[in-house]
Unconditional design. Structure first.
Length: 589
RNA sequence: GCGGGCGUAACUCAGUGGUAGAGUGACAGCCUUCCAAGCUGUACGUCGAGGGUUCGAAUCCCUUCGCCCGCUCCA
């Protein structure tokens, strides 16, 4: 999320959510049971709209990638699809780094008025100890060990562990003995701590060095000759005395124990499975399925690098705080392409996809200045990524900032290398178009690990952005609320209205409906409505985002023409009845 | 997880301890009319849920669930 340009007139998220429910775009999951936090269902219009978005992605990324453009290599871009499972071998997620990486321990400050929530591994602590005390402690510690304290303790272990398991009772006794033994050791010298939030040890030390300490503390440090004993992460196992100050408010000892927030959704395989031996995970991204089948696709399909493999489907993340309507759902759908190429061409391909993906979102209705392409700063990049850009949309709830719609990442060879290492299966590629030319004119070939460019889009976020962008309030219209959805995305493609429900108009409408349904019924809904006033029918279609309404009136019966009403302008034109299908076909693209 | 706000019909909301309401929408009929028009009628409620106080709770108290905002995380 970034912040720069000032916000346009903000749209009301409450009004958008109300319309979504009223017209059947989005409902809360398990609504009649009071809802379930972080899950949303799609109603009839929402389901069709999301399908249209997914279809558009599939057409423009798999069947006709990048609209038939030629890539940096001068050739037509080639992509194939896969469909991989939500549940994979548990080791997949260790290899991908999700099990470790998504296990961010969090710490909160208990002080009233602060209550700041932080990632424990981002909190760095500098421990300062009185130099004199420290030397004395180190000396006495050595003395204690020399006097046989350590051996005495070891002897206990030997006795108790000899050939038998410890009962609960024995374990308690041992702990008691251990604590007595520990009390005889020299105590750790009194210390003084400062803390800060930083991404690395170097950064933390730089902050500590530049830190403006209160005069009183500075004097104390000088007088007693404190020395920096060590710098450690709050999350690391340490002998912490619970007196670490909060990096935000400075209150000592107000930090809670690091608590793991596991973003992976665990599950059990098998009807009688138990957690220990049959634990599996619901995927946090569809991308890994592509890497897992990379070798099979190469071996079974006549694909040559460079080429892409696309995958769409549901993913799961146990978000800390699912919020902002469907923006951060715990269950969400992704549309991801993994594009494999030679390392030397990877940066060109990265730029190619980054620019195309931006244009693509613009082409389906996010054409305004609410959409931006943002290149990540160096310090934002993942450890494996050479470059990453986000396509970001200024949602009403992020304004004046932006929220991520799609990330285009240069992942290098990280994923294939990881899976090769963890699975023990070779995943490198033999490229027969490279290497030195042999006497017979063919190439010697080159073996390498392909690099990967990943445009990864969130379809639910896409739908939400399209709805937010389309939502318009125009008080000067008889129907002030409307959805200016792009015809390609709109769930209702056209509506046919007999002006009056008599005089042969319904019959003409019926015929037109049959024709349009046959031609466009597979792209979305075609509606026919003869009830109530014409204004009411137009207004209903405006709210549902239907781009065109065709009305049959008296003149249709005599002159064979209908009026076509444009949703966005409200303007009407007369066109020939037999030209309606051609008109609509052109508009729907 | 912590803090703040909210929860009454499909939607917007009124109702502060005494029979659950209004407008809009939906549906049916009439009217026949190019922009939420008019008339008639119909249906619609676990007052978010559970417990407590009370003769009596939408209303007061406790607990809980959900939504919105902030800290934080991400596609």
């Amino acid at each position: 999320m970034t912040t720069d340009t000032p916000a346009a007139a903000p749209k009301s998220m409450d009004a958008i959510m109300a319309l979504c429910k009223r017209r059947g775009f989005i409902f809360q999951a398990s609504d009649i049971y009071g809802g379930i936090n972080g899950f949303w269902d799609y109603g009839p219009l929402g389901a069709q709209m999301k399908k249209n978005l997914r279809e558009a992605w599939w057409q423009d990324m798999i069947l006709n990638p990048a609209w038939g453009r030629k890539g940096p290599n001068g050739e037509r871009v080639k992509c194939v699809p896969v469909e991989t499972r939500i549940i994979q071998h548990p080791k997949v997620w260790e290899a991908s780094g999700h099990v470790g990486g998504f296990n961010d321990p969090m710490t909160m400050c208990k002080t009233d008025g602060c209550k700041k929530l932080m990632r424990s591994d981002h909190i760095w602590v500098a421990r300062l100890v009185k130099e004199a005390d420290w030397r004395s402690y180190a000396g006495r510690q050595a003395q204690w060990e020399a006097s046989g304290g350590r051996e005495w303790r070891r002897a206990f272990f030997g006795l108790l562990f000899q050939g038998k398991r410890l009962s609960e009772e024995e374990r308690r006794d041992l702990n008691l003995i251990m604590s007595i033994s520990a009390s005889e050791r020299p105590s750790y010298p009194a210390d003084f701590k400062v803390s800060t939030i930083a991404g690395s040890r170097e950064e933390a030390i730089a902050i500590f060095e530049a830190m403006e300490l209160p005069a009183k503390v500075r004097k104390m440090i000088e007088k007693d000759q404190y020395m920096l004993e060590r710098v450690y992460r709050f999350a690391d196992p340490i002998e912490d005395d619970g007196k670490t100050p909060c990096p935000s408010c400075g209150t000592a000892g107000s930090m809670t124990e690091p608590k793991a927030f596991n973003l992976m959704f665990p599950t059990i395989i098998g009807a009688t499975g138990d957690w220990e031996s049959n634990k599996a995970y619901l995927r946090p991204e569809t991308a890994q399925g592509v890497f897992l089948q990379f070798k099979n696709v190469v071996d079974s399909t006549r694909v040559r690098i460079p080429f892409g493999i696309g995958n769409t489907g549901t993913s799961f993340r146990n978000e800390v705080t699912p919020r902002n309507f469907t923006f951060r759902s715990r269950e969400f759908e992704q549309a991801e392409l993994e594009f494999f190429c030679h390392p030397s061409e990877s940066f060109e391909w990265y730029k190619f996809w980054r620019d195309f993906r931006m244009q693509w979102w613009q082409s389906i209705g996010l054409a305004g200045e609410n959409l931006i392409l943002r290149e990540h700063d160096k310090d934002e990049l993942s450890h494996y990524s050479v470059g990453t850009s986000d396509v970001e949309y200024r949602f009403p709830f992020t304004a004046p900032g932006y929220g991520e719609l799609e990330g285009i990442a240069h992942r290098g060879d990280y994923d294939l290398t990881q899976h090769q290492k963890h699975s023990g299966t070779k995943l490198d590629y033999f490229d027969t178009t490279r290497g030195e030319t042999l006497p017979n004119g063919s190439k010697k070939g080159e073996r390498y690990m392909p690099h990967c460019i990943e445009p990864a889009a969130g379809l639910d976020r896409g739908v939400l952005a399209l709805l937010c962008e389309a939502y318009t309030v125009d008080a000067s219209r008889p129907s002030p609320e409307l959805l200016k959805l792009h015809p390609r995305i709109a769930p209702i493609k056209a509506a046919i209205f007999p002006l009056m429900d008599k005089d042969g108009m319904p019959e003409v409408a019926e015929k037109l409906y049959d024709e349009l349904f046959a031609k466009f019924g597979k792209t979305g809904f075609i509606e026919m409505d003869a009830k109530q006033s014409i204004g009411k029918r137009y207004a209903r279609m405006d709210e549902a985002g239907c781009p065109y309404c065709f009305t049959i009136d008296q003149e249709t019966l005599t002159a064979q023409t209908v009026t076509v009403r444009d949703r966005d302008t409200g303007k009407q034109d007369r066109i020939a009845l037999d030209k309606v299908a051609a008109f609509l076909g052109e508009k729907l693209g």
